[in-house]
Design a protein around this ligand. Structure first.
Ligand code: ADP
Length: 226
């Protein structure tokens, strides 16, 4: 089995058993092969964030199977899940969520230090990543001194810092104007392709979705081909 992400029969409800129960995921079957970039398209409220948070081991499903890199997350305790998330998954949000008191370089270096990489090697990798998306000249600046597009490119580098197997992105250009979004998405795809990464990228933007390898829709709690 070569799939980096494999999801079978995943279900998730909020407020289970209460009158306001919402069954958001009703049996999700989805796989992402090695090196494949899949666009996840759905209207707001359909459950994209819920699915990505579960796939990224930030939330737990009520049922179904999920494996990353061939390893099932079933039955893992919190410590093991955290370890797996740190080592195998990169996550990108709609807003950059960079640490405001640290520079761009430090934001990309710190997750590596947390993973046991030596400082010099971590900084060298951070510089190489920043360079490959054209923001190396901003390495010593803090997020507040960067443009929206630059902030997002730094966040992409941070997501790739620990050389994950799987990249998950929730509207990674969602807060940018269309022109910047187009440019910055190109930078993201460059990073992903250079690393041979597998990725699941949620977007409303059908032009961006068309630049990925495959598009799936999330509808009524299930995945349907686009
Ligand atoms: P999307 O990312 O596609 O906009 P979400 O996954 O954020 O969708 O939300 C799917 C549905 O689940 C929405 O109806 C939302 O209101 C609901 N929801 C999301 N998170 C919670 C929560 N923590 N508690 C209750 N309902 C939630």
């Amino acid at each position: 089995m070569n799939n980096v992400l494999q999801i079978n029969g995943l279900v998730k409800a909020y407020n289970a058993g209460k009158p306001n129960e919402i069954a958001v995921l009703r049996g999700i079957d989805l796989s992402v092969a090695k090196g494949e970039v899949v666009a996840l398209v759905a209207p707001s409220g359909a459950g994209k964030t819920t699915l990505l948070q579960i796939a990224g081991l930030l939330d737990v499903a009520d049922g179904g199977d999920l494996s990353i890199g061939g390893d099932s997350v079933q039955g893992l305790n919190d410590a093991k899940r955290t370890q797996m998330r740190r080592r195998e998954v990169g996550f990108i949000y709609q807003f950059h969520h960079l640490l405001p008191e640290f520079t761009a370089l430090e934001n990309v270096t710190l997750p590596q230090l947390a993973n046991g990489i030596a400082t010099a090697a971590a900084e060298a990798r951070a510089r190489a990543l920043l360079d490959s998306v054209g923001v190396a000249h901003r390495a010593s600046h803090r997020p507040a001194e960067l443009s929206g597009g630059e902030q997002q490119r730094v966040a992409y580098c941070r997501a790739l810092a620990n050389d994950p197997k799987l990249l998950l992105a929730d509207e990674p250009t969602g807060n940018l104007d269309p022109e910047t979004s187009d440019l910055v998405f190109g930078a993201l795809m460059k990073l992903v392709r250079e690393a041979g990464l597998s990725a699941l990228i949620a977007t409303h933007n059908l032009d961006l979705a068309a630049r990925m390898d495959r598009m799936v829709r999330l509808e009524a709690g299930r995945i349907v081909p686009a």
